[in-house]
Design a protein around this ligand. Structure first.
Ligand code: HEC
Ligand code: HEC
Length: 345
């Protein structure tokens, strides 16, 4: 009896020792909501980021083998130093140099967003990667082939066992790991953040402060909260691009009222994310402000905020434009842009 009892205790212990590489050994990562941020949307309790889950998610994010040509990884179109956008590319090109129809958005603070993609094609971060993974012009991947590739790769096999209690190499765990990596990619250390939290290095100069006041009165009804988005879909008066005729939110809802509405993007690190708008039509922040002051097109779905007292657009003087741009550059967060935890190497 005594010996059996002893063995019963020892066997799992020996087993877990000899097999320690593959054991579920994960440790939670610290995820903090900065005091100037809005409430979390992502239910972090259902998929808490852990050391190994994050490591696995990062490996997936930078692995070209997830695409049909073995080259195009998520990181190919989402480059860290450009705030995880595809800098210099109006449209991102994926496998075989096929070109999509939208500009690649930044990856940052995704756990605070209620919808993803410019038209809100998905409202859950865990499902988002299925779109690029299987899109014929992006990665053109095959989920079964990816699972089988990972099953044959010793590093993936080990990481899945370490990161998930059920140790399974499957699509569900792969998507959870990608979310863990993306959820941890937060940007909350810009000059503006320090200013908002009364921290050292957080004083705005005269132009920046004037720009912030202008922003609050002219832009913040849509670019709301310290994330600079209210997560809504709006028509900000861009002229229709006939070659693409991207109908925006209508694509998802089929509601006439949603024609040409696009997700209000966060403006964090906006100085690094040119070109701008869903189709990358503007190369500079100056041209974005010229649009708001003199380029807004009236249409049945134009946002009422941009048509007040019969005037279309947001009147801005040259000085006000300079001040707004000075403010927008305080949203650049070098800590996030260079954080080694998020980089490929
Ligand atoms: C070929 C370039 C390309 C590749 C590869 C790519 N993306 Fe994207 N990504 C885009 C574009 C373009 C959009 C915007 C699409 C839209 O709005 O319809 C986008 C949107 C997103 C968004 C939504 C962001 C937001 O604020 O709405 C997330 C998250 C994202 N991608 C993550 C990923 C992940 C994870 C992968 C790899 C599995 C990936 N992307 C691969 C180009 C790419
Ligand atoms: C009526 C709501 C609304 C107002 C007001 C508004 N915006 Fe926007 N903004 C949007 C929407 C919607 C988009 C995305 C449109 C698209 O991609 O087609 C956008 C896009 C942008 C972009 C491009 C971001 C990127 O990453 O591509 C910038 C920069 C910008 N706005 C700055 C401003 C500034 C500065 C003001 C104030 C002068 C302002 N916006 C006022 C709704 C608004």
């Amino acid at each position: 009896m005594k010996i059996n009892y002893f063995l019963g205790l020892m066997v799992p212990f020996l087993f877990s020792c000899s097999d320690s590489d593959d054991a579920y050994i994960d440790r939670p990562l610290d995820f903090k909501v900065p005091s100037n941020f809005p409430a979390l949307v992502y239910n972090i309790g259902l998929n808490p980021p852990t050391e190994k889950g994050f490591e696995l998610g990062k490996k997936l994010f930078y692995d070209g083998r997830l695409s049909s040509d073995g080259i195009i990884s998520c990181g190919f179109c989402h480059i860290q130093e450009d705030a995880f956008t595809h800098h210099g590319h109006v449209f991102s090109h994926g496998i075989d140099n096929l070109v999509g129809t939208r500009n690649s958005p930044s990856i940052q603070n995704l756990a605070y967003q209620t919808a993803f993609m410019y038209d809100g094609a998905t409202s859950h971060l865990d499902l988002q990667p299925v779109i690029p993974l299987t899109s014929p012009v992006e990665m053109n991947g095959d989920l079964n082939a990816i699972v089988s590739m990972m099953g044959k790769d010793p590093i993936y096999s080990k990481l899945f066992k370490q990161a998930f209690a059920d140790k399974k190499i499957n699509t569900e765990n792969m998507l959870k790991a990608l979310s863990q990596f993306m959820v941890m990619i937060t940007s909350s250390d810009s000059k503006f953040d320090h200013y908002r939290r009364n921290e050292a290095g957080g004083s705005l100069n005269t132009d920046e402060a004037a720009g912030y006041a202008l922003f609050n009165s002219k832009c913040a009804s849509c670019h709301a909260t310290d994330l600079m988005t209210d997560n809504s879909f709006r028509n900000n008066g861009l002229a229709i691009n006939p070659a693409l005729n991207d109908v925006g939110r209508f694509r998802v809802t089929q509601l006439v009222a949603d024609y040409y509405k696009f997700k209000v993007p966060s403006l964090r690190n906006v100085d690094k994310t040119a070109p701008y708008m869903h189709d990358g039509r503007f190369g500079t922040l100056e041209s974005v402000l010229d649009h708001y002051s003199s380029g807004v097109m009236d249409s049945p779905t134009l946002d009422p905020v941009l048509k007040q007292k019969g005037t279309v657009g947001i009147p801005l003087s040259e000085k006000e434009k300079t001040q707004l741009i000075a403010f927008l550059t305080t949203l650049t967060d070098n800590q996030y842009l260079t954080d080694k935890r998020f980089s490929e190497y």
